[in-house]
Every structure is written in structure tokens, then in C-alpha cells.
Design a protein around this ligand. Structure first.
Ligand code: 3PG
Length: 212
């Protein structure tokens, strides 16, 4: 498996963040590192995404920083230029996957159906996002679709939180879970980084308990 996905596996939970203002990126990255999840999927839902990636990558070189909600090849190029080490998209867009492969960056496209997963396999991918995880059938669905795709591993995201993440992490086809519950936008906006650090360390503790 790609070295980036080995790091996904080690971290266990990938915090999905939405930053309205890049000035919060450093404090957020600090809370993530201190809390024990030195990783962030910074979503391109706001104009602050690229600059936030750059700040996190430069100030916390030990962190694994990637870009999420990526919808265009321009965003991929921008994310790479800012130091992103992985790309996540909500759905399966062959053009984006091809571009990531050509640029040599790890990509976790969103999949929801066996058809999406077959496409991912055709591109040589062995890790896909399963999105939106809970509304799409959760772990039960993953177990069912994982059966025919014996080499595929999953990063479920969407509706995962402190109360259900344990069961996902216990399954050996799950590389990591994506989630925003410990890095909610209102906590970031209000500067409540101590609270974020506490939620992150609780999440990191769950990963340790389940995966050792
Ligand atoms: C999202 O859509 O914001 C991500 O998939 C994270 O989902 P969540 O907010 O349900 O954790």
C-alpha cells in the first residue's frame, strides 16, 4: 500500500476540516498534533483552503495534510503546490483520479456503489472513500460490498462520530475513518482550540483502544 495510506492507517481518524479563515490554520494544526491526530483533510469548500494547507504543511512538517472536497484538476494542482500529500473527492470523477495519478499524489475518491468501486480498481486504486458512510448503509454496506472486492480498502466518511467510530475501526477493511466531529467549524470560528484538542485526544484514544 502507498506510504500515505500506511499513515492513514496509523492515524486511524482523518479530521475533515472547513476553515473560513487561514489565520486559524496554525492553531488548529497545533490542536490536532497535541491531541494525537497529526493529520488534516482541509476541504476546498472555502477560499481559505489552499493557504491553510500551506500554513499547516510549513509550520507542522510532521503532519499529514491533504485536500478534501476537491472537484477540479486546478484544485489538485493548487493543493499540491501548497504541500498537500493526498487528495479526497466526494464522488468518483475519472478525470480527477487520472490527474492525481499523473501528478503522483495519493487519491481517495468517493465511492458509494459497486460500480464506483469497479472504476477505482480499473485505475489501480486500492483505497477508496466510502461516502456518505452512515446514510449509505454504514459498516453493514461496506462489509457487503467488500466481499467481491477482495483487495479494496475503505475510508468511510460522513456521519461518523465518537459513538460509532469504534465499530468501523474494528473492521480490517477500514484504513481510517474521516470525520469532522472533533473539529466542528463553530469551535474553530470561536477559537475554542483547547476544546478541539480535548475532542481530538478522545478520538485518538479510541484509535489506540481499538487498534492497539
Ligand atoms: C463532510 O461531508 O463534511 C465530511 O464527509 C465529514 O462528514 P461529517 O461532518 O459527517 O463527519
Amino acid at each position: 500500500m502507498n506510504a500515505i495510506f500506511e499513515r492513514f492507517k496509523k492515524t486511524g481518524i482523518i479530521p475533515v476540516v472547513v476553515l473560513d479563515d487561514a489565520k486559524d490554520a496554525e492553531a488548529l494544526a497545533n490542536a490536532l498534533c497535541r491531541g494525537g491526530l497529526p493529520c488534516a483533510e482541509v476541504t476546498f469548500r472555502t477560499a481559505a483552503a489552499a493557504e491553510s494547507i500551506r500554513i499547516m504543511h510549513e509550520k507542522f512538517p510532521e503532519m499529514l495534510v491533504g485536500a478534501g472536497t476537491v472537484l477540479t484538476t486546478e484544485q489538485i494542482d493548487q493543493a499540491i503546490e501548497c504541500g498537500a500529500e493526498f487528495i479526497v473527492s466526494p464522488g468518483f470523477d475519472p478525470e480527477l483520479v487520472k490527474h492525481c495519478i499523473e501528478r503522483g499524489i495519493a487519491v481517495t475518491p468517493g465511492t458509494q456503489s459497486p460500480t464506483d468501486m469497479e472504476q477505482a480498481i480499473k485505475f489501480g486504486l486500492d483505497v477508496v472513500k466510502f461516502f456518505p458512510a452512515e446514510p449509505s448503509g454504514g459498516l453493514k454496506m461496506i462489509k457487503a460490498v467488500a466481499a467481491p472486492f477482495t483487495n479494496l480498502q475503505f475510508m468511510p466518511t460522513g456521519g461518523i462520530n465518537a459513538s460509532n467510530v469504534r465499530e468501523y475501526l474494528s473492521n480490517d477493511r477500514i484504513v481510517a475513518c474521516g470525520g469532522s466531529w472533533m473539529v466542528k467549524s463553530d469551535l474553530i470560528r470561536e477559537g475554542r482550540f483547547d476544546e478541539i484538542e480535548k475532542l481530538v485526544s478522545e478520538a485518538a484514544q479510541i484509535v489506540r483502544e481499538v487498534r492497539g
